[in-house]
Design a protein around this ligand. Structure first.
Ligand SMILES: Cc1ncc(C[n+]2csc(CCOP(=O)(O)OP(=O)(O)O)c2C)c(N)n1
Ligand SMILES: [Mg+2]
Length: 346
């Protein structure tokens, strides 16, 4: 990463609050956002081509994930994500090839080709596998944070993410309460996209500001514009810093929106209007961040084009390479399912 740089690069450039992020870090965040969008679209394309059984969609979540990824310290922190966190996973170091191996269910995938996207653990990156059971990742994450505290591993923290729907689960409340009581090094990041498949937020809770629940547990609660990548970085960074130095947990609520259907198996036209989606698209975080970087003199239109081309090239190469890899063998089906024959987390 380049050195800290507060000044806009060109004389005509507009200054903006960058919270200490260098030009290189801002461009890295934009790269994550673009890669997330390209790869999520690739998942949908491959599914519609009949090449993969299933993919999820995170369009609208790019800013919160690129911001949070930049606040994550590689080699120290632990990420316990959920299934809509492709950008976060890419942002902490997962490669497009690893993502494609999972989508194509190939043997070389981290979960050996089980094909449910995002179930890849990566020990080196500090990436915990997800749980498809909503909110079940929270007690796992709290357990990891408890282990850090028990072992006196100061300077490390856990980042756990979940959607608005997860906040209705008992495990959500139990986990936050336990973490608060023990002042554990953990940040609870809610990606509130206003929908839990077809259930709108208004049917989930009568208090749409989810961050306010933090007060009931005696921890700080912060609300952030989830379409603003820099604001998301600042909020998660502050919370992670507090957690890393013994200040206990924080609940951060990032207000975003899910632009596409829940997954390739869902059709959102059956439960929400096109007008709503079109209206919300106006706050798309990707063009918004691109415009900010352009106005700030950080990324020219040509640079942005070149970046987009290189990301698409990388995604295409990763797709071809992963597709050419072998499937797992039928006799390996029960590997890592029972204790017998267990292999260490890789
Ligand atoms: C315990 C449990 N109940 C129901 C489901 C089915 N389900 C899968 S995703 C989902 C919606 C969750 O919504 P939210 O937490 O808001 O996350 P989002 O998908 O919007 O990012 C549901 C109900 C599940 N996986 N686990
Ligand atoms: Mg949701």
């Amino acid at each position: 990463m380049s050195v800290h740089n507060d000044a806009p690069s060109s004389a005509k450039a507009k200054a903006f609050e960058r919270h200490g992020l260098s030009d290189a870090q801002l461009i890295a965040m934009f790269r994550i956002m673009l890669a997330q969008r390209v790869l999520e679209n690739r998942g949908f394309q491959l599914n519609r081509q009949g090449k993969i059984p299933f993919a999820s969609a995170s369009e609208g979540h790019e800013a919160v994930q690129a911001g949070a990824a930049m606040a994550f310290e590689r080699g120290k922190d632990i990420l316990v994500p959920y299934y809509r966190d492709l950008g976060l996973e890419l942002g902490i170091g997962l490669t497009p090839y690893e993502v494609l191996l999972s989508l194509f269910a190939r043997a070389a995938d981290h979960s050996a080709g089980r094909q449910f996207p995002h179930h890849y653990a990566n020990r080196t990156l500090g990436l915990h596998t997800i749980s498809s059971v909503i909110a079940a990742q929270l007690p796992h994450a709290v357990g990891a944070a408890y282990a850090l505290q028990y072992r006196k591993e100061r300077g490390r923290a856990v980042l756990v993410t979940f959607g608005d729907g997860a906040t209705s689960e008992g495990e959500w409340h139990e986990s936050i309460n336990f973490a608060a009581v023990h002042a554990l090094p953990i940040v609870f990041l809610c990606e509130n996209n206003e929908w839990a498949i077809s259930t709108p937020l208004s049917k989930q809770t009568a208090q749409p500001d989810l961050y306010k629940r933090a007060e009931g547990y005696g921890i700080p609660g912060v609300m952030v514009d989830g379409m603003d990548a820099i604001a998301c970085y600042a909020a998660v960074k502050e919370a992670m810093d507090r957690a890393r130095c013994g200040g206990g947990p924080t609940l951060v609520e990032a207000k975003c929106y899910r632009f596409l259907s829940h997954t390739t198996d869902d059709d959102d036209r059956t439960y929400r209007s096109r007008e709503e989606v079109v209206e919300r698209r106006k706050s798309d975080p990707v063009p918004r961040f691109e415009a900010l970087l352009a106005e700030g003199g950080i990324l020219t239109a040509e640079d942005a084009q070149a970046l987009k081309r290189s990301i698409l090239d990388e995604a295409n190469q990763a797709t071809d390479r992963a597709e050419s890899m072998p499937y797992p063998l039928p006799q390996d089906l029960y590997d890592n399912v029972y204790a017998d024959g267990w292999q260490p987390w890789r």
